[in-house]
Design a protein. Structure first.
Length: 234
C-alpha cells in the first residue's frame, strides 16, 4: 500500500502539477566581476541561468565558468500548500532541494541542501521569502586520501517590492549565493534591481557583499561582486 502511494505521488501527482498549470520560462546571460580579496579576487565570471516556473513547482539550472573555477547549480522547488487571500495576496509553503558542484584544479566541492520555504506576496506587490536548509558539504582535495565532510544549517531571507511598471527592488541575506556556498560564519548580503519589459526582455543588476565572522564582535568584508544580466522570458 505504501509503495503504491509513493508511486502515485512521484509519477502522477507531481507531473500533473507541472503539465496542467501555467508555466513561465526565463534564460539569463550574466557577467560577474569579483572585487577584493580571496580566491576569486579581480576575476570575471560569465554564466548562463535558466528557470522554469509552474503554479506549484520550479526548476533552476545554472552554469558559471571563469579563471580557475567552474560551477554548476541545480535546484527544484515544490509548493503543495498555496493560500490565496484578499486583494490577490498569496502565501506558499513548500520544500526545495539544491545541488551545487565546483571544480578547481586542486579540489572539487559538492553541496547538497534540503529545506523548507515560505513565500508571502501581498496584493500591492510586497514580497517576503524565507528558507531553512540542512546543508551537507563534501570537499575532495586532490592528493588527500579522504575527503572533508560537513553538516551545517543554512538560511535565506528576502524582502522585495514589485512595481506595476515591471520593476522589482529587493534585498537578500543568506549564507550562500547561487554559486557560492559558504560556512555558517559567513553572510552574503545581496541587493538587486530587475526590470521586465513588455516584449519579453529583462535586465538585472545585483551587488553581493560577503562578510566573515559575522557572529563575532569584529567582522570584516571578505569579498564583493557586481553582476549584470540580460535575459528573455517566454
Amino acid at each position: 500500500m505504501k509503495k503504491s502511494i509513493c508511486f502515485m505521488f512521484l509519477f502522477f501527482i507531481i507531473p500533473q502539477c507541472l503539465i496542467f498549470s501555467k508555466e513561465n520560462h526565463e534564460v539569463f546571460y550574466t557577467f560577474t566581476h569579483v572585487f577584493d580579496r580571496g580566491l576569486e579576487s579581480n576575476n570575471n565570471y560569465p554564466s548562463l541561468y535558466y528557470k522554469g516556473q509552474w503554479d506549484k513547482a520550479s526548476f533552476t539550472g545554472a552554469f558559471q565558468s571563469g579563471r580557475d573555477l567552474t560551477d554548476i547549480t541545480l535546484a527544484a522547488e515544490y509548493f503543495p500548500f498555496i493560500f490565496t487571500g484578499q486583494n490577490n495576496s498569496q502565501k506558499k509553503l513548500g520544500c526545495d532541494f539544491i545541488y551545487h558542484v565546483q571544480y578547481h584544479e586542486l579540489f572539487c566541492e559538492q553541496d547538497f541542501l534540503l529545506g523548507t520555504d515560505f513565500n508571502w506576496k501581498t496584493g500591492s506587490g510586497f514580497f517576503l521569502g524565507t528558507s531553512f536548509w540542512l546543508k551537507y558539504k563534501y570537499t575532495d582535495i586532490y592528493g588527500i586520501k579522504d575527503g572533508i565532510t560537513k553538516f551545517e544549517p543554512d538560511i535565506s531571507f528576502t524582502v522585495a517590492k514589485d512595481f506595476s511598471y515591471g520593476t522589482r527592488l529587493g534585498f537578500t541575506h543568506a549564507f550562500h549565493s547561487l554559486f557560492r556556498y559558504n560556512s555558517a560564519t559567513e553572510s552574503v548580503f545581496t541587493f538587486f534591481v530587475r526590470q521586465d519589459f513588455s516584449k519579453g526582455l529583462s535586465i538585472k543588476t545585483e551587488a553581493d557583499f560577503v562578510f566573515t565572522d559575522h557572529l563575532a564582535a569584529v567582522n570584516h568584508l571578505e569579498s564583493s561582486a557586481l553582476r549584470f544580466a540580460l535575459g528573455v522570458r517566454f
